[in-house]
Design a protein around this ligand. Structure first.
Ligand code: CMC
Length: 431
């Protein structure tokens, strides 16, 4: 970050206050308001943080107008085409693409951490069978702090490193276990001879009674889904992880907090909500009715998988995901899937409708991911867990960046209080 020579002024009650302007490597300049309260006795008001940068970061950059997403400077479409998830994990964590040797060492380390403590199996069995896998994941990932005490000291760089490996390696195992538990099948142990994506498919879909062969093209599509979801700057769940971490909470607790935040339908829960919506629409002739509902201000219904706080042109992840959807459905011989037809028609109609055009509401990453995951055999309840395991590396990279930032302070927003002014307690008999 370079301090720009410019500064802005706030004039309040005739007094002037200088606000330094900070210039990022990319993106709009930022007004530094850190001293404003101390000097002028005023707060700034920004619900939803639409105009507020909460930290400095070197990890991910989004240009919402151009529809560009960069991990450590590399465009997402290049990474989705040429790289793979574990290489992207290395890039996000350490800032540079690995050499062949670094990648091999990193892959081996992650792979050697894929099993979970055997006692965790008992912990899983405490949940109801019909629990949503996200509910199970919030609990189990939080409970990792009770199983892996030796990597909870955030002040020890080595423990932070070990916690990162454990989280990246074990989240697929935990997500697959949550799934297996919900359908009453035995847990499947990880296999270290398989790639990260192959192993996840194996743990979800194989059963002890018969051999399961992972289809390489499906593993590739799975890996691309992981890559596309790996990080996304200071979104709600990442900000939650940072806020939880700013108090000094251990990494497992912080990632559990991120998973809880991701679950909501306005965030990671949108992929499940989107597929449920497409199923509810069912046939192309019902699209106009749903579009009318989405536009009706008296109806809370929104087109799930449309719109984004930052992307106002297109979501570059959605573009790659759409190509992947065509590939996967082609491979599985289900191109004439009625839900895909509904999705394509809905996209076409919405992109031409002035309501969506004026508000710059484009399909986002969740619009197509659910179609691919369903075609692969995942139930809708597993869509958000898959998002959570893919995003874990981004949360960790952001958490580690925060912990090593000398400017780290506990996150503590202020408020615009509009409640009752001070008043005296009245006895119950007098009320
Ligand atoms: N359907 C219909 N209208 C919409 C939609 C939608 N999906 N999204 C936004 N709008 C309208 C909204 O009613 C408002 O209209 P008006 O200006 O007339 O009041 C305008 O567009 C701006 O909406 P907003 O709620 O102020 O925008 P936001 O930046 O706060 O919300 C969003 C962004 C993603 C939460 C929202 O677009 C949304 O709820 N989309 C559906 C859920 C979804 O797909 N979420 C996944 C996001 S991508 C993956 C991730 O980040 O996890």
């Amino acid at each position: 970050m370079a301090d720009s020579k410019r500064s802005a002024k706030v004039v309040l009650d005739g007094k002037e206050f200088d606000l330094p302007v900070m210039s990022p490597t990319a993106g709009p300049d930022v007004l530094d308001i850190r001293k404003l309260y101390g000097q002028a006795d005023v707060f700034t008001y920004d619900p939803g943080f639409t105009s507020t940068a909460s930290c400095e970061s070197t990890i991910t950059f989004i240009d919402g107008d151009k529809g560009e997403l960069l991990y450590r400077g590399y465009p997402i479409d290049q990474l989705a085409e040429k790289s793979n998830y574990l290489e992207v994990c290395y890039l996000l964590l350490y800032g540079e693409l690995p050499t062949a040797e670094q990648l091999s060492k990193f892959t081996t380390t992650v792979t050697r951490h894929t099993m979970v403590h055997e006692q965790m199996h008992n912990f899983f069995r405490g949940f109801r069978r019909d629990a949503h896998p996200m509910a199970t994941m919030v609990g189990v990932v939080g409970a990792m702090s009770a199983f892996y005490h030796d990597s909870t000291d955030i002040n020890d760089p080595w423990q932070r490193e070990v916690a990162s490996f454990r989280l990246i390696a074990k989240l697929p195992t935990i997500a697959a276990m949550a799934y297996k538990y919900s359908i009453g099948q035995p847990f499947v142990y990880p296999r270290n001879d398989l790639s990260y994506a192959e192993n996840f498919l194996h743990m979800c879909f194989s059963v002890p009674a018969e051999a399961y062969k992972v289809e390489p093209a499906l593993a590739k599509a799975m890996d691309r889904i992981f890559t596309l979801h790996a990080d996304h700057e200071q979104n709600a769940s990442t900000s939650t992880v940072r806020l939880a971490g700013s108090s000094g909470a251990n990494p497992f607790a912080c990632i559990a907090a991120g998973i809880a935040c991701l679950w909501g339908p306005a965030h990671g829960g949108a992929n499940q909500a989107c597929l449920e919506m497409l199923n509810e629409i069912g046939t192309v002739d019902r699209i106009p009715e749903m579009i009318a509902r989405a536009k009706d201000k008296n109806d809370p219904f929104r087109l799930m998988g449309f719109g984004h706080r930052v992307y106002k042109n297109f979501d570059p992840r959605a573009k790659v995901m759409k190509e992947s959807a065509d590939e996967v459905l082609g491979l599985l011989g289900v191109q004439d899937n009625p839900i895909l037809q509904v999705a394509k028609e809905l996209e076409k109609i919405a992109l031409e409708d002035p309501y969506f055009v004026e508000r710059k509401l484009y399909p986002n990453v969740d619009f197509y991911s659910g179609i691919i995951l369903e075609a692969m055999g995942f139930p809708t309840s597993m869509f958000t867990p898959i998002f959570a395991m893919s995003r874990t590396v981004g949360w960790i990279a952001q958490w580690k960046e925060m912990i090593s930032d000398p400017q780290l302070k506990i996150g503590r927003p202020r408020q615009l209080y509009v409640g009752a002014p001070r008043r005296d307690y009245t006895d119950v008999a007098a009320r």
